[in-house]
Design a protein around this ligand. Structure first.
Ligand code: F6P
Length: 320
């Protein structure tokens, strides 16, 4: 039976990570398992920045965005020498197993440690919703709320001025934030890695919306890393009857008090992670599939194809 576990958050922070830390800590302690918080992701394993957690360490954190433990990206963690150093530090601290809350890069680290004898469980924590093996990630719902709140505001001003708002949202090569925002806000267009991007077709479509459909405004939701939204806004002003304005929502999407949905998801996933470690299972990741909490080997999850959103793109098209 495992006696002491660690918990860390890694990669870009996501609202709801605190609920996951709280669930892991409280449920482990209530089962007689000691808990160590690792600061700043894998970097904390390397630097040995550990914090003994008691039940009060995770009081009053569920309503806070970000992560109480801090997060970081550590690409060097791919190197075996670095992994070995981390394992030495964990052994010195008595940490026998670990819960890793983060994205797919963090999962790969968790798998590497498991293969070296430290059981790890991955929880999907990212606003991007781009992790295989789960329908939803911790943080996606809160980021979506932020996108929707802001795009609703842009609609007000766009329709007053016969403007086209081009709104860039995050997603790291996954179009879910853009697609869900576009449906929820009744946008006119969505441009994402799944739709692809063609500048001429985009301008043609906007001319049609302005001149034939006689729309007063247009909202175009665009996933990051696809095009330069500022340059596109200028082209919209030059080539259509809309005046184009670009908004990059940026890192506000990563902050804010987590929604109840994210807090629930994180709590349920945290519970599953502790249960798996107490059963002696490592190298798995936790997911939610059809509203059931599930787990599967990390390598199986990482090998799965990207979730299909065809039905939602079809819905978007039928709503325009
Ligand atoms: O993975 C979360 C995310 O916010 C992505 O959507 C985005 O591409 C990236 O992180 C930004 O990273 P950083 O905060 O390091 O600039």
């Amino acid at each position: 039976m495992v006696r002491k576990i660690g918990v860390l958050t890694s990669g870009g922070d996501a609202p709801g990570m605190n609920s996951a830390i709280r669930a892991v800590t409280r449920i482990a302690l209530n089962n007689g398992v000691e808990v160590v918080g690792v600061h700043n992701g894998y970097k904390g394993l390397l630097e040995g920045t550990f914090e003994a957690m008691d039940r009060h360490s995770v009081s009053d954190i569920q309503d806070r965005g970000g992560t109480k433990l801090g997060s970081a990206r550590l690409p060097e963690f791919r190197e075996e020498a670095i992994q070995n150093e981390c394992i030495k530090n964990m052994k010195r601290e008595g940490i026998e197993a670990l819960v890793v809350i983060g994205g797919d890069g963090s999962y790969r680290g968790a798998l590497a440690l498991t293969q070296k004898g430290i059981n790890c469980i991955g929880l999907p924590g990212t606003i991007d919703n781009d992790i295989p093996g789960t329908d939803f990630t911790i943080g996606f719902d809160t980021a979506l709320r932020t996108c929707v709140e802001n795009v609703d505001k842009l609609r007000d001003t766009s329709s007053s001025h016969h403007r086209c708002s081009l709104v860039e949202v995050m997603g790291n090569r996954c179009g879910d934030l853009a697609l869900y925002t576009a449906i929820a806000c009744g946008a006119e267009m969505v441009i994402s890695p799944e739709t692809g991007y063609n500048e001429l077709e985009t301008l043609e479509r906007l001319r049609y919306l302005s001149d034939a459909v006689r729309k007063n405004h247009a909202l175009v939701i665009i996933s990051e890393k696809i095009c330069d939204v500022n340059a596109l806004a200028k082209k919209v002003s030059l080539n259509t009857n809309f005046s184009g304005r670009a908004t990059v929502l940026g890192h506000i999407q990563r902050g804010g008090t987590p929604t109840a949905t994210d807090r629930m998801l994180a709590s349920r996933m945290g519970e599953k992670a502790v249960d798996l470690l107490m059963e002696g299972i490592g190298g798995h990741c936790v997911g939610i599939i059809d509203n059931e909490i599930t787990s599967m080997p990390i390598d199986e999850a990482l090998g799965r194809p990207k979730k299909s959103r065809k039905h939602l793109y079809r819905l978007f098209d039928r709503l325009v």
